[in-house]
Design a protein around this ligand. Structure first.
Ligand code: AHR
Length: 511
């Protein structure tokens, strides 16, 4: 990665940007989102219905759409998660919706008022692509195949005519297809071999008929991949990749999913607010394990796919904390603090450094669930620190990785030792250089001295995100506690000098 760390404790950090050695493209899909039928992720978070007093367009909240458009969300994974393996699409189309139960998440009533057409309308409103997760656990290949025919055929088949009668004559574009979800657990507790046989069948028969999605524009199929570093997951990656290496013309896949949450103890989760430096450093230490996890599974993938044709798709990740007191534990409601913005930056930086293999990620989850971008309460909406972090990282979408070398130093808290600084750089499509620098140290500011020789820029401008405390949050009452502030400086002798606040993330462009 062109990056070194030593035990030095310097308050000054030199960063050297090597614009002469551009690396992989940072796929915009690294900044994807995930919306499951879980708690208030979809209902209330996206969907309020056309008769709501909350301003909406065909039932979809306008405030949420406006906020998400600013993130240039590349894709949204839907309808789950565990929910996907119990979802039956026909219950969510047409004028009469079947009312069912959401047995995964709180056992609540699922009205199915947000179904296929509403999801596609939502994507259209925010300008994102569809990442559909089909039901392998309790559905059938026929059900999934018919869903895709319903969505994508341009011909006057019975299903195509039904879609037209339901308001959408033109075929929809489905860019990504997830074949099952956590099939080693909530998705059916399958063995690797059993899953591989299902994968082949779904890959073969669940076809995309959209004439605009043939050849180069084909829908990409994502297989269930590992959920951690344990032996059972390395065996899983081996089994799927080996099957793919020997695959026949009749089936294929383009991605392997990876799920990994930052959670210290599943049976005693940490609080999402009201914590101190100990929990801040513990969580950041744990989240950095993402790098080793990706390296481990990438190494297995390299054995079967040295040309890196199969993307590693980290389609569930983020901080997972204890439910907020007074909320339904099945709804996974938590607060989102400055710690989460730093956590998101560190993970996105890891994905960017692995951009040759990691070409898509979906943070869990977009609204009101786990590490959310947005939280809502009836007509109120608040943008989280993670939202602002994603907004600051927009320029990295589809930019080209540029290596950076730096001496990260060390931030020590008790028996926890972390790099003090993390940084990535990239060139956007216009040739502009972007730098994202994180100061993990919650106590000390750091002076950065970035050598950007080779660029013709005269100044560096951008934004910095910090907060009064590591556990500072935005609330409906105080929504601007953690918001980015402008920063600017001049480039002198090919160097950018910047002071980074404690616990901050700064994104600048050199121009
Ligand atoms: O994101 C919440 C749940 O976590 C998802 O439904 C499941 O895939 C994972 O275990």
């Amino acid at each position: 990665m062109g990056q070194t760390q030593t035990g030095s404790d310097a308050d000054k950090v030199s960063i050297s940007v090597d614009v002469s050695k551009p690396g992989a493209k940072i796929d915009r899909n690294l900044f994807g989102q995930f919306a499951e039928h879980l708690g208030h992720g979809v209902y209330e978070g996206i969907w309020v219905g056309p008769d709501s007093n909350i301003p909406n367009t065909r039932g979809i909240r306008n405030d949420v759409v406006t906020a998400l458009k600013a993130l240039r969300v590349p894709n949204v994974r839907w309808p789950g998660g565990c929910f996907a393996d119990e979802y039956h699409w026909r219950k969510g189309i047409g004028p009469q919706r079947m009312v069912t139960l959401n047995s995964n998440w709180g056992g609540v009533v699922e009205p199915n008022t947000f179904g296929t057409h509403e999801f596609m309308d939502f994507l259209d409103q925010i300008g994102a692509e569809a990442y559909l997760s089909v039901n392998v656990g309790s559905g059938t290949p026929q059900e999934a195949a018919e869903w895709l025919e319903y969505l994508t055929t341009s011909q006057a088949t019975t299903l195509g005519k039904e879609r037209a009668a339901n308001g959408h004559p033109a075929p929809y574009k489905i860019a990504y297809l997830g074949i099952g979800n956590e099939s080693w657990d909530c998705g059916g507790n399958m063995t690797p071999d059993y899953y591989v046989s299902q994968l082949k069948i779904y890959s073969r028969f669940v076809r995309n008929f959209n004439p605009a999605q043939q050849g180069q524009q084909q829908m990409l199929k994502i297989a269930v991949g590992p959920g951690g570093p344990e032996a059972r997951f390395t065996e899983w990656t081996e089994a799927v990749m080996k099957a793919w290496q020997n695959h026949q013309w009749s089936w294929d896949m383009n991605g392997l999913s990876l799920h990994s949450y930052t959670v210290l103890h599943w049976d005693k989760k940490l609080a999402s607010m009201g914590f101190g430096e100990t929990e801040y450093s513990q969580v950041l230490k744990a989240t950095l394990d993402m790098d080793g996890l990706i390296a481990k599974h990438s190494a297995i993938m390299d054995q079967y796919d040295p040309q890196k044709k199969i993307a590693l798709v980290v389609d569930e990740w983020g901080g997972w904390y204890a439910p907020l007191p007074g909320t339904d534990p099945g709804f996974l409601v938590q607060q989102n603090s400055m710690r989460d913005a730093v956590l998101a930056a560190l993970n996105l930086n890891i994905f960017v450094r692995h951009a040759d293999r990691v070409r898509m990620s979906n943070i869990a989850q977009m609204i009101n669930v786990l590490q959310a971008m947005i939280m809502t309460d009836k007509e109120k909406m608040v943008l989280t620190p993670t939202y602002y972090l994603y907004k600051m990282y927009v320029p990295f979408q589809d930019a080209t990785f540029v290596p950076v070398a730096f001496n990260a130093g060390t931030y020590v808290n008790g028996n926890i030792s972390l790099p003090r600084v993390d940084a990535i750089a990239a060139k956007d499509e216009t040739g502009k250089l972007w730098l994202a620098i994180t100061n993990l140290d919650p106590n000390k500011a750091i002076e950065i001295d970035a050598n950007v020789a080779g660029t013709s820029g005269k100044s560096a401008v951008g934004e910095t995100l910090t907060a009064p405390k590591v556990d500072s949050v935005n609330t409906f009452e105080a929504p601007r506690t953690v918001v980015p502030k402008s920063v600017s400086t001049t480039v002198r002798d090919g160097k950018v000098t910047l002071k980074l606040d404690p616990k901050s993330v700064t994104v600048i462009s050199v121009q």
